[in-house]
Design a protein around this ligand. Structure first.
Ligand code: HEC
Ligand code: HEC
Length: 422
């Protein structure tokens, strides 16, 4: 999309969306609550306040996909409302959690974006085998709790501790709409420089089907609904039909029973809409536009040539088409994501955690679209700029990295200028 189009769109939507959000949140507060059965909490949860955050449409980020119809726009708006909403202990938050809303970690430069928030994963590696220490609350640490008595710690048994940065969600629906077969073909294609790349074969909890994972640093989920369910449970402690069991604090079931007072699943289907919160959040992410691009300067155009010559595009594949989708805005569209969405052995850059299909040193090729708005970089945020991120590449990316290291300072500048337009 051209920047001038983005500006026009954002002007329209900043106004439109703000009004829509205000109306929707007012409507949500007036929702009737059904009577509680069996002494447990009512099925429709009390809804918390919206989090203050950057304005929707900030610099063209966080917009709905272009060309949505009325019903789709309404679904985007309802989903955004849910994405912004803070959970409370009464609505099912916790007992252990990492934050109270999606936007708390996905906020910059607009709702749906990244943030420099890190979460912690731990486990134990012995004789080359990774154990996520599930019986001790691994591999994801929940740092906060509704009561200090249940707060988790990294157990002393852990000898691997890794941090993971929040990723931006712009364009997630386009990524979801790429067919599994396309990713398997990309994996099978012969590549230079000893680059391999593996499709992350996972089971989708939403459908029970075998799918190609493409979401998360480890390509651990294939669909937005599954990731939403995962995030509601593991980041906020909200159980749902897909993830009906709470995380016990460091694996302690007795502690969980003592502090978990809201009946599961906490995220129930609203009879009025037929949707629960995980569905609303998935709708929002599915309909969220790709990050806006900038017109390339002559220097950036040179950088694009270097990007190809150095071998970056072998993994950071510039464009992949979506398949058929009932949503016109997602149907057979080019996705300029600059990733093959495959797992690569990144050697020393791996995070040491095995998760879903990914081994300890395997990471998903990070999509590079929206890069200029998502610093710092790499899974643990160790790189302040793209130069540092590239220099830290290892494993299958070593040949490309070494060619990058041989570029002149002005060529590196051109490459950075190119990456800044994506
Ligand atoms: C405490 C911070 C935190 C909260 C709260 C949070 N996330 Fe995330 N999110 C992250 C981190 C960190 C990652 C990267 C996780 C990984 O891959 O290990 C992530 C990744 C994602 C991804 C994968 C994006 C990609 O790059 O493929 C999706 C989708 C997502 N989050 C959705 C949500 C939704 C929906 C909510 C609210 C229910 C939510 N998140 C709440 C921190 C958070
Ligand atoms: C073998 C595949 C491969 C090659 C080749 C490769 N990368 Fe990457 N790249 C990755 C993976 C995987 C990650 C995620 C690594 C992590 O954070 O653990 C990544 C991350 C990045 C990031 C950080 C993105 C973010 O959001 O944090 C940048 C920038 C980047 N690559 C640029 C490049 C450039 C420029 C080149 C060429 C010099 C290149 N890469 C070559 C696989 C590759």
């Amino acid at each position: 999309m051209k920047p001038n189009q983005v500006q026009v769109l954002s002007q329209v939507f900043v106004v439109g969306m703000a009004a829509a959000v205000a109306t929707l949140s007012a409507a949500a507060q007036n929702q009737p609550q059904p009577p509680a059965s069996n002494g447990k909490r009512p099925a429709l949860r009390n809804r918390g306040p919206e989090m203050p955050s950057a304005p929707v449409g900030n610099q063209g980020y966080g917009m709905p996909l272009p060309g949505l119809n009325r019903a789709e726009l309404a679904a985007f708006e309802a989903g955004l409302d849910e994405f912004l909403r803070a959970e409370t202990a009464e609505s099912g938050l916790g007992p252990i959690f990492n934050d109270v809303s999606c936007v708390a970690c996905h906020s910059a430069p607009a709702p749906g974006g990244a943030s420099n928030r890190l979460v912690t994963r731990f486990g134990r590696t012995a004789n080359g085998v990774f154990d996520p220490l599930e019986s001790l609350g691994g591999s994801l640490l929940q740092l906060m709790a509704i009561n200090p008595a249940v707060r988790e710690v990294v157990p002393p048994q852990a000898n691997v501790v890794a941090r993971r940065q929040s990723t931006p969600l712009f364009g997630m629906g386009l990524m979801e709409a790429i067919p599994d077969a396309t990713l398997r073909q990309l994996a099978a294609r012969p590549k230079p420089d000893g680059v391999r790349g593996r499709a992350a074969e996972v089971e989708d909890v939403a459908t029970g089907q075998r799918r190609v994972g493409r979401l998360g640093w480890k390509a651990q989920q294939a669909t937005l609904l599954a990731f939403a369910g995962d995030a509601y449970l593991n980041e906020m402690g909200i159980t749902s039909r897909l993830f009906p069991h709470e995380n016990a604090p460091n694996g302690n079931a007795a502690l969980l029973a003592a502090y978990d007072h809201v009946a599961d699943p906490e995220d129930a289907v609203d009879p009025a809409t037929g949707k629960s919160d995980i569905d609303l959040a998935a709708d929002y992410m599915r309909l969220l536009a790709a990050p806006p691009t900038l017109n390339p300067s002559p220097s950036a155009r040179q950088g694009e040539v270097l990007f190809q010559q150095v071998g970056c595009a072998v993994c950071h594949v510039p464009v992949i088409p979506t398949g058929f989708s009932p949503v016109q805005a997602l149907n057979q569209k080019p996705v300029w994501l600059y990733s093959d969405l495959l797992l690569h052995d990144m050697g020393t850059l791996g995070d040491g955690i095995a998760q879903a299909a990914a081994g300890p040193t395997e990471m998903r090729t990070a999509p590079l679209w929206g890069l200029r708005a998502s610093a710092p970089y790499l899974h643990d945020g160790r790189a302040a700029d793209v130069d540092q991120a590239i220099v830290a590449h290892d494993g299958e990316a070593r040949a490309a990295r070494d060619r990058y290291l041989r570029l002149t300072p002005s060529q590196r500048r051109q490459l950075a200028d190119f990456l800044n337009t994506l």
